[in-house]
Design a binder for this molecule. Structure first.
Ligand SMILES: NC(=O)c1ccc[n+]([C@@H]2O[C@H](COP(=O)([O-])OP(=O)(O)OC[C@H]3O[C@@H](n4cnc5c(N)ncnc54)[C@H](OP(=O)(O)O)[C@@H]3O)[C@@H](O)[C@H]2O)c1
Length: 271
């Protein structure tokens, strides 16, 4: 089966160019590798040059470039898009994955904590989407021949409070979900689809020392019907679906990849 616009399979990303922020580790790295396996060329952005370079080496330097930058800087977001277009000629898929967290009860959250979390997760993502949208939209504002894709990364906290200590994170991730829907509406006429992946509990550097240790480990696992934490590779195939022609009529969605967490409610507790 091929899609009419491209003549290639709906999950085939050959010829498409993806820029991924937070690509150096965890979920972003898995998404970069999965998109590369599906045929896309990859621009990988994060702050740590050595991690970016190791990803480029893993994918192959003919198919990937590394960009050092901080998503908190609007100028860095614009430079990342410009470097991607300068190297590969165009941008088709933008995946802002870079994110962070500081878990604190709201009474303890400082202005610095708030700016750090919301600045990275929402402000940085917002201006990254702005720069990417400019690059993906034809100069005359007409519809793209081949679809453009924005794939944001939200969280369970995009749709629920999850646990105490998540106020700044939830404020940012709730914003990510609704920003994605607003972009879906605004960009549909130009054939750009915007969707949000909401990962559940995925073991990465971001949370290994939090959910991976007792007593939280037991608390979290008891609420995941699948009975296990997710891995970054559990999340990345959904990004492949959202990056290709397979999802050209899917836009404005928040898709949980969570082992059933949002479908249940203390399911294991009463069993
Ligand atoms: N793990 C989970 O259970 C989970 C669940 C739901 C949602 N998420 C979301 O998924 C995304 C990735 O999380 P993860 O667990 O994979 O985290 P991770 O392993 O800590 O990786 C975070 C990535 O973001 C980059 N990054 C952080 N701040 C940045 C900045 N200011 N500018 C540029 N890059 C930055 C990091 O690279 P550098 O440090 O080198 O910059 C790294 O590549 C985040 O948005 C997170 O909120 C994760």
């Amino acid at each position: 089966m091929t899609t009419p616009a491209t003549g290639i399979g709906p999950f085939d990303l050959t010829g498409r160019v993806a820029l991924i922020t937070g690509a150096s580790r965890g979920i972003g790295r898995a998404i970069a590798i999965a998109l590369a396996h599906a045929g896309a060329s990859i621009a990988a952005m994060s702050r740590t040059a050595s991690d970016n370079e190791s990803l480029v080496a893993e994918i192959g330097p003919e198919h990937a470039i590394a960009i050092s930058g901080d998503v908190n800087s609007r100028a860095d977001n614009e430079r990342a898009v410009a470097e991607t277009v300068a190297h590969f000629g165009h941008l088709d898929i933008y995946v802002p994955v870079a994110g962070t967290n500081r878990r604190k009860k709201i009474v303890d959250v400082t202005e610095d904590d708030y700016d750090f979390v919301v600045g990275t997760n929402l402000r940085g993502l917002y201006f990254g989407c702005q720069a990417a949208t400019k690059a993906m939209t034809p100069a005359d504002g007409s519809a793209r021949a081949i679809s453009g894709k924005i794939i944001t990364v939200g969280s369970l906290a995009s749709v629920q409070g999850v646990a105490p200590g998540m106020s700044a994170y939830a404020a940012s991730k709730g914003g990510v979900a609704l920003l994605t829907k607003a972009l879906a509406v605004e960009l549909a006429p130009t054939n750009i689809q915007a969707n949000c992946i909401a990962p559940g509990f995925i073991l990465t550097d971001l949370n290994r020392n939090f959910i991976g240790v007792e007593p939280r480990k037991t608390w979290v696992l008891s609420r995941i019907p699948a009975g296990r934490f997710g891995a970054p590779a559990d999340v990345s195939p959904t990004a492949v679906f959202l990056a290709g022609g397979a999802s050209d009529f899917v836009t404005g969605q928040v898709i949980a990849v969570d082992g059933g967490f949002l479908a249940g409610s203390d399911w294991n507790q009463g069993a």
